[in-house]
Design a protein around this ligand. Structure first.
Ligand SMILES: Nc1ncnc2c1ncn2[C@@H]1O[C@H](COP(=O)(O)OP(=O)(O)O)[C@@H](O)[C@H]1O
Ligand SMILES: Cc1ncsc1CCOP(=O)(O)O
Ligand SMILES: [Mg+2]
Length: 262
């Protein structure tokens, strides 16, 4: 296993270019998160160019947060480009249970076999075909309640699946890892999960094992979130402190990340 500290060193050394197809809400914050963490973001989503760009980026991330048929076409082109070039891609199924367009798109994208799926508990339960209590983009279920669903989705899709929340769970269907840390202020800042998905892409670009890559990115967020939560007064100051902490986190602090095998 590549440790989170080693993964962080590799990510910073490589400063990978990550193509992020993310939503209008998340674009700015996610780009800042990648820059602070040490990667290079590019938000490129239209079908006219997304496939071409995916072939040169180190990884692709696809987020369905603000969806339309034209965006779906751009996603499919980009996934074809990434897959053809042997690059990893990460799916963020934002509110995938909420509407017909989201359900159909998620089914279609899952059939294209994402390297990694990163969602909250309600989203992962829904992909597994189970009922969930999610409302809109926010989770209504615990991560623990989605552990079995995550394992099932990972086995069926051949993807690594990450379920995030107060604690995080990552599985490739056989192995399982729990990561704790972070701050209760993280879900009070919009697009924190979307930005994390982009960072998972950055780690996947440079760390060969997608499970190790995912654990590295989640540990980076857990440690930075905990650092940032100390002494801030609310979501506004947390957001700024979190970007600072993403940059300040070093391999030595990731060594202290609370990561344990399931
Ligand atoms: N209550 C919490 N305590 C600590 N960290 C949290 C909490 N809720 C979410 N996080 C962290 O926030 C990040 C985004 O996760 P999450 O809120 O599940 O995503 P989403 O925004 O897609 O619903 C993850 O790093 C997760 O560990
Ligand atoms: C509020 C909102 N609406 C559509 S996408 C989005 C952002 C969701 O971000 P996250 O999934 O990280 O909470
Ligand atoms: Mg989300």
């Amino acid at each position: 296993m590549t440790s989170p500290s080693r993964s962080l060193e590799a990510m910073r050394a490589g400063a990978p270019l990550v193509q992020c197809i993310t939503n209008y809400v998340a674009m700015n914050f996610a780009a800042n998160v990648l820059l602070a963490a040490g990667a290079a973001p590019a938000m490129v989503h239209d079908a006219e160019e997304s496939g071409e760009f995916a072939a040169v980026a180190g990884a692709l991330t696809v987020n369905i947060g603000t969806l339309s048929p034209r965006w779906v076409a751009g996603m499919v082109e980009a996934i074809d480009g990434a897959t053809g070039a042997g690059k990893p891609w990460v799916l963020d199924p934002v509110a995938c249970f909420a509407t017909g367009l989201r359900r159909e798109t998620t089914t279609k994208l899952m059939q294209l076999r994402p390297t990694i799926v990163r969602g909250n508990a309600s989203e992962i339960l829904a992909i597994a075909g189970e009922s969930s209590s999610g409302q809109g983009v926010d989770a209504g279920d615990s991560v623990q309640a989605a552990e079995a669903a995550a394992r099932k989705v990972a086995q069926e899709a051949g993807s690594v699946v990450a379920v995030t929340g107060a604690v995080d769970f990552v599985t490739d269907g056989a192995r399982g890892v729990w990561i704790s840390g972070g701050s209760p202020l993280m879900p009070r800042v919009t697009a924190t999960g979307c930005a994390l998905t982009c960072l998972v892409g950055a780690y996947a670009a440079v760390v060969e094992d997608p499970l190790d890559a995912t654990v590295g990115a989640l540990a980076h967020f857990a440690v930075a979130g905990e650092m940032a939560g100390d002494g801030v007064s609310g979501p506004g100051s947390f957001s700024a402190a979190f970007l600072d902490a993403l940059m300040a986190v070093g391999p030595e602090s990731l060594g202290a990340a609370r990561v344990r095998a399931a």
